[in-house]
Design a protein around this ligand. Structure first.
Ligand SMILES: Cc1cc2nc3c(=O)[nH]c(=O)nc-3n(C[C@H](O)[C@H](O)[C@H](O)COP(=O)(O)OP(=O)(O)OC[C@H]3O[C@@H](n4cnc5c(N)ncnc54)[C@H](O)[C@@H]3O)c2cc1C
Length: 499
């Protein structure tokens, strides 16, 4: 193997690419990962941010997917406690809805059964006094409120943590590295890159195509690739509203007038509510998806149908932020997008002793298990590797439980406010110690570049986490985009432009 040859080139630094690179390098393989923009810059920062079993998949009898998701959810709560936390959901049942209380109750009982072995509280029904105490839920025609648990997950940082763990174990990973061509060789492919304006090549025995919505573009780069598939893009959008007074502490699973499910989720330490999502077929070439006016109207109507706030119904002017992502699914054009399976599909093509694999679908929650599935497939194509190892192994930054993280925040340097230390603990996990160490070495780094953003943090994300723009930091490394005003965001952008 020459210096510029690898066993596996992973194309795409979303959750799947990052998880596959991490697993592969830990099995003794030489791995490179190329991400054209930033890690998680497409679907993996645009999800509903849930590590969940997918309660509604039970309706479609996808028991295997739900069981696997629940088991992975339990694993994530332990291996990434800084990024994944339990969340109580309420499920109100009104007399005008299609699904009856009895039907939903049975589904929740099955959900509990499938999650046996996890440590989440079981489901149940709220007492009338608890229902009466709910701050904003409309009570007309309300028949019952059921409850169950799932988990909230920081999708972008989960992706980053897999990528950084892969690097820590020896993989060559980079963002702003685009694969522009793939040329077949006797036993694999030569890949051409463009990385920050410089063109280079690497020989790879196997190519793993985890380009998300761009999977078809990569497939088309090779002549004898996997057979063309029917790929559909289904856009899912979210809106963010300020948290009403009094604050909601539970998430809600709501049924719209049809059969769709919409979540309303307290977010970012209870400062906001995120409401989503939609299922809108999107034609044309893949792109950065955006939330349309119609989707905002639909989500506001859904929210207002269920909740009444003291200041009147939520309106367009209450929306403080929104985002959209593309689900990339295998499915016929006439299929109802809500009903197409979220199971991952893998397609392969052999190239001598090497080959090509492309991945469509999947879930953030099941990324670890999906990576194992991909590596077994490569093994069956002739790639020797060590055994599976990732189950139960802490993610990057994930060695401290939530109590220990709170203690780390409480016992940090006085020069940094408790609020910032708390945010750092549940952003950087055990790597908070690196920020503290840097501050000890140079106390001047406590100086804030923008309110609540000490210089030491920007240096850390630039040096260790490959952040190079304001957006990398404000939207994917943190969620400060929602807390800082324009002038402060400009200061952050300027810092990245000049450092
Ligand atoms: C609206 C919505 C809500 C969702 N909610 C949930 C949820 O709550 N829980 C859950 O478990 N799952 C959820 N999912 C599913 C989950 O988000 C996706 O399955 C997952 O993020 C897909 O990740 P990926 O790595 O396959 O693709 P992506 O994250 O899209 O990554 C693909 C990457 O490839 C890069 N790339 C493309 N072309 C090239 C090239 N030529 N060279 C280099 N890089 C390239 C792109 O820049 C991109 O970063 C949701 C999905 C959507 C759309």
């Amino acid at each position: 193997m020459t210096a510029n040859s690898v066993d596996i080139l992973v194309v795409g630094g979303g959750i799947h690419g990052a998880a596959i690179a991490r697993d592969a390098v830990g099995r003794g393989l030489k791995v490179m990962l190329a991400e054209r923009e930033d890690y998680a810059s497409h679907t993996s920062s645009a999800s509903s941010k849930l590590a969940h079993g997918g309660l509604r998949y039970l309706e479609h009898m996808e028991f295997g997917l739900v069981r696997e998701s629940l088991s992975e959810r339990a694993g994530l709560l332990k291996t990434a406690p800084h990024l994944v936390s339990p969340l109580k959901f309420l499920l109100p049942i009104f007399d005008w809805q299609k699904r009856s209380a009895w039907f939903v109750h049975t589904g929740l009982a099955l959900y509990d059964l499938l999650s046996l072995g996890g440590e989440m509280p079981g489901s149940g029904r709220l007492s009338q006094s608890d229902v009466d105490a709910l701050p904003h839920l409309r009570q007309d025609h309300l028949k019952a409120v059921l409850h169950y648990h799932d988990a909230h997950a920081d999708d972008a940082r989960l992706t980053l943590s897999a990528a950084l763990d892969a690097r820590a174990r020896g993989a060559d990973i980079a963002n702003r590295r685009a694969v522009t061509a793939l040329t077949p060789r006797e036993n694999g492919y030569t890949a051409t890159f463009s990385e920050r304006g410089i063109t280079s090549e690497v020989d790879a025995r196997f190519i793993v195509n985890t380009a998300g919505p761009f999977v078809g573009e990569l497939d088309a780069m090779i002549p004898n690739g996997p057979s063309p598939k029917e790929i559909r893009f289904v856009r899912g959008s979210h809106i963010v509203l300020p948290m009403p007074e009094p604050a909601e502490t539970c998430a809600y699973t709501l049924q719209d007038e049809g059969e769709r499910i919409i979540f309303s989720i307290p977010w970012l330490a209870g400062n906001f509510l995120m409401v989503g999502t939609t299922d809108i077929p999107q034609g044309g070439a893949p792109c950065h998806a955006t939330c349309s006016i119609d989707e905002k109207t639909y989500l506001l109507e859904a929210y207002n149908r269920y909740f009444s706030r003291a200041g009147g119904p939520a309106t367009m002017s209450d929306i403080v932020f929104d985002w959209a992502g593309l689900r990339t699914l295998h499915g016929r054009p006439d299929e109802d997008p809500s009903r197409i399976t979220r199971e991952v599909t893998l397609e392969t093509a052999q190239q001598g002793t090497g080959g090509f694999l492309s991945l469509v679908g999947g879930k953030l929650t099941t990324h670890r298990a999906t990576a194992e599935q991909v590596l077994s497939r490569l093994q069956s194509m002739g790639l020797d590797m060590g055994p599976a190892w990732t189950k139960g192994v802490p993610q990057y930054g994930g060695t401290l439980d939530r109590e220990a993280l709170r203690a780390r925040a409480d016992n940090g340097p006085d020069a940094i406010s408790q609020q910032i230390r708390q945010r750092w603990a549940f952003t950087y996990g055990d790597k908070i110690d690196d920020l503290y160490a840097n501050l000890q070495e140079d106390p001047a780094l406590a100086q804030e570049i923008a309110p609540g953003v000490p210089q030491v943090e920007l240096q850390h994300v630039a040096a260790v986490e490959d952040a190079s723009t304001g957006e990398d930091f404000l939207w994917r490394r943190t969620k400060l985009e929602l807390f800082l005003d324009q002038a402060s965001r400009d200061k952050i952008e300027e810092w990245f432009a000049t450092n």
